[in-house]
Design a protein around this ligand. Structure first.
Ligand code: ZN
Length: 318
């Protein structure tokens, strides 16, 4: 099996794109995974968009384990890093996969990251799409993702104000709004309502929720539930990156409306149908991000609490 290292990716970027360093990444989740896992791949399944894969690396080594696939996409002439399926390995995803993904992106110099990942709807319904502006992060994720700090020379004390970057969120929102206008050129399944803000509740990375858990989350006012965005928002902040997610709602969460899928589809049918739509959202968002200057406080939040002067052991008084 082919095994690559971060040096291979850096060499390629340096050799081919010296004048255009890659600073943007798309991390694929269950929004596009039907294309990546059972289909032709993303963006290979959407050649009409003009976005191409320049090169794909396999089994890229990291201190947190290998990432199965890392691609360099060319979007409007600029290199963009693409990691499919959060870099996870099924059937048992774990939090080290998130650490591996962000370790790699950090050491490649990536500054802006978007993720497409499906969610269960608590106050949103199937085929709605959400660009959340806040997130609950569970304690298991907080503790495990902190292990990333030792591998990026980072400080664990970060403010988590605005966990999702307002600039990237606006690009994702604008991309979703462009979908109807793209229907003739790129046929795709239309989405229902767009939620331009709302809170994502991150459950631990295990089984799906019980009806009682969802009843509780609904009472507390959360819009959607998933298992990935919390740890990714935390990892991105530790790495000092701008970060946002777009979440298609694929089902009512457990106990609501019979947890039904849209129009009686199976879970696999729905993922297959929604993947090209979310692929278009990702491509449109990347195009916008590449030509938009960030106007946000993400960097300030990531550096506001630099306490290394107190925590560096070499500064101890005798
Ligand atoms: Zn930002």
């Amino acid at each position: 099996m082919n095994v690559n290292t971060i040096a291979d990716i850096k060499d390629l970027l340096q050799g081919c794109y010296q004048d255009k360093p890659a600073i943007v990444a798309s991390v694929g989740g269950s929004g596009t995974w039907a294309m990546d896992m059972a289909g032709p791949g993303f963006p290979e399944g959407m050649p009409e968009t003009g976005v191409k894969t320049a090169v794909a690396f396999r089994q890229v080594q990291t201190p947190f384990g290998p990432i199965p696939v890392v691609k360099i996409l060319i979007v409007d002439g600029s290199p963009v890093i693409r990691i499919p399926v959060h870099g996870w390995r099924f059937p048992i995803p774990n939090l080290n996969h998130t650490n591996a993904t962000f370790w790699l992106l950090f050491h490649l110099g990536i500054k802006e990251v978007i993720v497409d990942a499906s969610v269960g709807g608590i106050k949103a319904k199937p085929w709605d799409v959400v660009v959340p502006d806040d997130v609950i992060i569970n304690n298991e994720a907080k503790l495990k993702i902190l292990e990333l700090t030792s591998q990026i020379d980072g400080d664990s004390r970060k403010r988590m104000a605005e966990p999702f970057c307002p600039t990237l969120r606006q690009c994702l929102i604008a991309a979703v709004k462009r979908l109807p206008g793209l229907q003739e050129v790129f046929p795709h399944a239309p989405l229902a309502d767009l939620h331009e803000k709302g809170t994502y509740y991150t459950m631990p990375l295990t089984v799906f929720e019980t009806p009682a858990e969802i009843k509780d989350l609904k009472k507390r006012g959360f819009l959607v539930v998933g298992q990935s965005s919390g740890q990714e928002a935390l990892a991105a902040r530790l790495c000092g990156m701008h970060f946002a997610v777009v979440n298609p709602v694929v089902n009512f969460a457990e106990g609501l409306e019979g947890a039904s899928w849209s129009a009686g589809e199976t879970m696999a049918d729905l993922y297959t149908r929604i993947a090209p739509t979310m692929g278009l959202v990702v491509i449109e968002a990347l195009r916008l991000i590449l030509r938009t200057k960030t106007n946000c406080r993400c960097s300030e939040y990531a550096s506001a609490t630099d306490l290394t002067v107190f925590t560096n052991s070499t500064t101890y008084r005798e």
